[in-house]
Design a protein around this ligand. Structure first.
Ligand code: ADE
Length: 247
C-alpha cells in the first residue's frame, strides 16, 4: 500500500515512520510512504504558501493554487482518494481504518495552524478526517495516526495476523485483560483459568472479560452490536455478578 503525505513539515514524520512496525513494513516493501513539502509547489521567489483571508480576520489560509499543484504533482493522484486531516472531518475509527486499508493508494493532506481554501475542499478532497474532538497545531500527527492505524490492517504488516483480529474495537468489543509471568506479583495472582490449559474455558473467560470491560467502560459500543446467544448468556451472568456485588 502506498501513502503520499503533503505537509509543510516533512521532518515531523521521520521518527514514527522509520521505527518499529511501520519502519519494518517500509523496509519489507509492504508499505510505501512518500513525503511532499507543500512549499516546493510555491512558484514565487519567497516560496509563499499562504495568504490573508478574504473578508478579514485572524489567521492565514493555505493558497489554493499552491496546494492543488502539490496534490496534482503526486504520481497517479487522479486515481487515489485525497484525505484532508481536520477537526471538522468525520471522526476516524477502527472501521474506517480497515476500509481504508483496502485502498492501494491514499493521499493525505496535513494543514498547519491554518485552514485551506474552501475551493480545494470542494474540488480536490474526497474525505475529511478528524482523529478526535480536540484541536492540534496541525494535521501531521493525525496523518501519522491514520497511516499507523491503517497499516496494521495490511496483510503481513503485523508479525501475527491474528493480532489485528483480536484488537480492541474489533467486533465493537474492547480487548480482554492480559497476564504474563510471574504468576504472583506483589500479592496479585493470575486468574486460575489461564493456567488450566483448557482452550474452551480460556476462550469463554476472555470473551466474558472483553464483554465486562466494554460494558463498564464503553457501553456505547455495545448499543450498536448484535449479540450471539452465548454472548447474551454471558452478559446476563456479568449483570448478576455486578448486582450481587452491589448488595
Ligand atoms: N488538525 C488539527 N486538529 C486535528 C484533529 N483533531 N484531527 C485531524 N486533524 C486535525
Amino acid at each position: 500500500m502506498r501513502f503520499d503525505i503533503l505537509t509543510l513539515f516533512p521532518e515531523m514524520f521521520s521518527g514514527p515512520l522509520n521505527t518499529s512496525i511501520l519502519g519494518k513494513a517500509r523496509a519489507n516493501g509492504l508499505l510505501s510512504v512518500n513525503l511532499w513539502d507543500i512549499r516546493d509547489s510555491a512558484l514565487d521567489k519567497h516560496r509563499i504558501v499562504d495568504d490573508t483571508p478574504y473578508g478579514g480576520g485572524a489567521g492565514m489560509v493555505l493558497k489554493p493554487d499552491v496546494l492543488v499543484r502539490a496534490i496534482e504533482s503526486v504520481p497517479h493522484s487522479a486515481q487515489a482518494p485525497v484525505i484532508y486531516l481536520t477537526p471538522q472531518g468525520k471522526v476516524f475509527n477502527q472501521k474506517l481504518a480497515e476500509e481504508l486499508a483496502r485502498e492501494p493508494h491514499l493521499i493525505l493532506v496535513s494543514g498547519h495552524y491554518e485552514e485551506i481554501d474552501e475551493r480545494v475542499r470542494q474540488g480536490w478532497v474526497d474525505l475529511e478526517l478528524s482523529i478526535g474532538d480536540y484541536v492540534l497545531t496541525g494535521g501531521e500527527l493525525p496523518a501519522l495516526v491514520v497511516v499507523d492505524a491503517v497499516s496494521r490492517h495490511i496483510p503481513g504488516v503485523l508479525g501475527d495476523d491474528r493480532s489485528a483480529q483480536e484488537d480492541s474495537f474489533q467486533d465493537d468489543l474492547l480487548d480482554h485483560p492480559h497476564y504474563t509471568r510471574p504468576y504472583s506479583f506483589r500479592g496479585k495472582e493470575v486468574p486460575q483459568v489461564l493456567l488450566s490449559g483448557h482452550h474452551e474455558l480460556i476462550r469463554r473467560w476472555r470473551l466474558k472479560e472483553a464483554l465486562r470491560r466494554t460494558m463498564l467502560r464503553r457501553p456505547d459500543l455495545l448499543e450498536r452490536r448484535n449479540f450471539s446467544k452465548e454472548e447474551k448468556d454471558i452478559l446476563d451472568e456479568i449483570k448478576k455478578e455486578h448486582y450481587k456485588e452491589r448488595r
